[in-house]
Design a protein around this ligand. Structure first.
Ligand code: AMP
Ligand code: MG
Length: 541
């Protein structure tokens, strides 16, 4: 007779903390701000808080840890994921990294408010690192407090999971916990500080290694540590590339193959952001993951009206470095900084330059594949298709047009019908933010484009039966619109977490119509056009 295994509880999680076991740590164990040289991490315990209270949990992420939903309801859960209790096997630490911020080398940054608790191995042999964000200061906190407020934590929690369900590579979010304490923030750095509820998110990823982790050792000329971290990263995050080995030429080839894969993953990541209309907002090199995951959800935003020049980040309002349309170029710039950091390991620029050139090709092909899927075509080929796509972007920017709704409307048109573009134009009216600006010229332009597009679709190799479904999978109906997150935040700040939980649930199936939840697919209402948190965000969090 077999007995079912008792559901694992939190206390049974098994840790195998390779980062601290295999890489050198900081000998100093006191928690004060400092430069940390010659080490990849510093021991630091989370700061205990007054009254942890679980706001939301992602059951799918619990499942990655082999935990059932009930595990989150035990009081121990909120205690652990607020940072008040450590489980056996946890080795809390903050890691050392640097970064280029807004184009300038910023020196040591590091986990200023992130504390890695440890690395779990689940029943499938997958490894997941648990990381608290907002659990108090670390040696890397510089002038800041190591804390996070509810509004930014809701945004990080919800968007991490929304991105995952959209199919975009991302770090995950296990839990969102209120600390029961307040944190003072001046949201727009304009002399209006106010106390806000404090919160902690537990992020989960195979690794949190960033480009900046390599840059810091290179900048300090510590090539031995740079190599140790590179070897560790290849072994743990890129095991399919094989061990670096001892032969110098083979090692160099291994580093090049690795960098090449980082370029490819980054290309795919950015193409995915472009597909769904996501703007990261702070693409500094410390915010780019070596695994090509979306990481560090700060002043990110989603395109409501399709505007390649839009940036959600008020800190970036002047130069718009991190605007939607520039993300592919900025990623390349960041990869170039990584290439510079890795150069000492390879000693030759040519293979790094080739990989950077390949980034452009990988990005181009990932982006074309995404656009083909969005348009329901087997593939984009030739100048005519290029012209069709460019004409589409011209149409989308000619009047303020909701990107998400536009593509979903396109998805709903039956290409087999003999309707002309002119008769279909009004179908797009719900996507127009300024209907009073939509004139006959615009209508004619959209009609012409629809006629060209429908002719192209009819000539396409794709079987009509599969087309609508393929398009649907490329064009989400629900995205984490900024104003939706803000509405959930407004309620959460009043102690009502229903909005956060409902939004989390809606975003579980972003491509499927969900009857009764039409409001979550609605374009941004006019009141949200210029409200803080809905169209403008700062780094204050
Ligand atoms: P970010 O712009 O959020 O990517 O952060 C850049 C750097 O500032 C990283 O080293 C963060 O860990 C650090 N940082 C951001 N906010 C805080 C905070 N409230 N306390 C301590 N460090 C912070
Ligand atoms: Mg960051």
């Amino acid at each position: 007779m077999s007995t079912a295994a008792a559901p694992p509880s939190l206390a049974e999680l098994r840790f195998d903390n390779r980062f601290v076991a295999e890489l050198p740590g900081d000998p100093e164990s006191a928690n004060f701000r400092r430069q940390v040289a010659g080490a990849c991490w510093s021991s630091v315990a989370p700061t205990a808080v007054a009254a942890p209270r679980l706001v939301a949990v992602a059951d799918e992420v619990l499942a990655l840890l082999d935990l059932p939903p009930a595990a989150a309801q035990a009081p121990l859960f909120a205690e652990v994921f607020a940072g008040n209790r450590l489980l056996d096997g946890m080795q809390p630490h903050a890691t050392c990294y640097g970064g280029h911020q807004f184009g300038n080398w910023a020196g040591q940054l590091g986990d200023g408010r992130a504390i890695n608790l440890g690395e779990i191995v689940n029943a499938d042999g997958e490894r997941w690192i648990l990381q608290l964000k907002g659990a108090g200061p670390t040696p890397y906190s510089r002038g800041a407090d190591g804390l996070a407020v509810l509004r930014s934590s809701v945004r990080e929690f919800l968007c991490s999971e929304a991105m995952h369900h959209l199919g975009v590579p991302t770090t995950r979010a296990l839990s969102l916990v209120l600390t029961g304490e307040t944190v003072v923030r001046d949201m727009f750095y304009d002399g209006n500080p106010r106390p806000e509820p404090g919160a902690v998110v537990c992020r989960v990823a195979p690794s949190f290694t960033r480009f900046g982790h390599f840059e810091i050792h290179a900048a300090r000329g510590d090539h031995a540590l740079l190599q140790r971290l590179a070897d560790y990263t290849i072994r743990t995050d890129f095991p399919h590339l094989g061990e670096p080995g001892d032969d110098p030429a083979a090692r160099r080839a291994g580093y090049v193959a690795w960098f090449d894969e980082v370029c490819q993953r980054t290309a795919r990541l950015i193409a995915e952001w472009m597909r769904v209309g996501f703007v990261h907002g702070v693409m500094n090199t410390d915010n780019l993951s070596i695994l090509g995951l979306t990481i560090d959800y700060g002043p990110y935003g989603w395109l409501d009206d399709y505007d390649p020049d839009w940036t959600p980040n008020t800190t970036d309002a002047q130069g718009r470095r991190y605007r939607y349309g520039q993300q592919p170029q900025v990623a390349l710039w960041n990869l170039l900084q990584l290439a510079n950091a890795l150069h000492p390991l390879i000693g030759d620029s040519a293979p790094l330059e080739r990989a950077l050139e390949d980034y452009g090709r990988h990005y181009e092909s990932a982006w074309r594949a995404a656009m083909a899927a969005k348009l329901g075509l087997a593939a984009l080929d030739g100048d005519d298709d290029q012209a069709l796509v460019e004409a589409l972007f011209g149409v989308l920017t000619a009047t303020e047009t909701d990107m998400t709704l536009f593509y979903r409307t396109l998805n709903e048109l039956d290409p087999g019908s003999d309707a002309t573009g002119a008769t279909l134009v009004e179908r797009f009216a719900p996507a127009w933010y300024r209907p009073e600006h939509v004139d006959d010229d615009y209508r004619a332009r959209l009609a012409r484009w629809l006629d060209d597009y429908r002719a192209r679709v009819r000539a396409d190799a794709l079987a009509p039966a599969g087309r609508a479904a393929r398009m649907r999978r490329a064009n989400p109906l629900y995205v984490m619109r900024n104003y939706l997150a803000q509405l959930a935040i407004d309620r959460a700040e009043q102690g009502d977490f229903g909005g956060v939980r409902e939004l989390l649930d809606v975003m579980r199936r972003p491509y499927d119509p969900q009857p009764g939840r039409e409001a979550y697919a609605a374009p941004r209402p006019d009141w949200a056009r210029s409200r803080a948190g809905c169209s403008m965000l700062s780094c204050s969090s």
